[in-house]
Design a binder for this molecule. Structure first.
Ligand code: ZN
Length: 169
């Protein structure tokens, strides 16, 4: 099922998600729906708060559906190591049309549970590291515009207000 993606400034996006405690069929269906929704929106990452569900869960697929090995499900995720620095452009399905450069760590190691509740660790660099940080921010109630420089944030917020006025948001 294709879920509805909520846009900024929906308050659910600013709220830290609740930990996931039940690893059941309902959760697996929700994960499947998250992938479907992310592919429909042509994104490479999607966090539960972005579909209005305040939970610590996210999905990532850098191949956008082309390689099943790239499908990642991170439940109750956290960053346990981060190093280096990268400064690249990011977008977000909750901010259509907004793309700006954001400072992120170059490499991170994450710890998370899979759909069955099993804990695992994984390293990511470059785009995957950025995606981990962007999506884990979402489950913490943090948004990428607040990682931008004040100037870029103001420009983005102005662009959003204009789109809101024009009925395009
Ligand atoms: Zn996002």
């Amino acid at each position: 099922m294709n879920l509805k993606i909520v846009k900024y400034p929906d308050p659910v996006l600013a709220r830290p998600g609740e930990p996931v405690t039940e690893f059941n069929a309902e959760l697996r269906q929700f994960v499947a729906d998250m992938f479907e929704t992310m592919y429909a929106g042509q994104g490479i990452g999607l966090a539960a708060p972005q579909v209005g569900v305040s939970k610590r869960l996210l999905v990532i697929d850098l191949s956008m559906g082309k390689d099943p090995k790239d499908k990642l499900v991170l439940i109750n995720p956290e960053i346990i190591v981060s190093e280096g620095r990268q400064y690249e452009e990011e977008g977000c399905l909750s901010f259509p049309e907004i793309r700006e450069k954001v400072v992120r760590a170059a490499k991170v190691r994450i710890r998370a549970q899979d759909e069955k509740g099993k804990w695992f660790e994984m390293d990511g660099d470059d785009l995957l590291a950025r995606c981990f940080q962007h999506e884990i921010d979402h489950v913490d109630g943090m948004l990428f515009i607040f990682r931008m420089s004040a100037l870029k944030r103001d420009l983005s917020l102005r662009k959003i207000r204009k789109m809101q006025r024009d009925g395009e948001w």
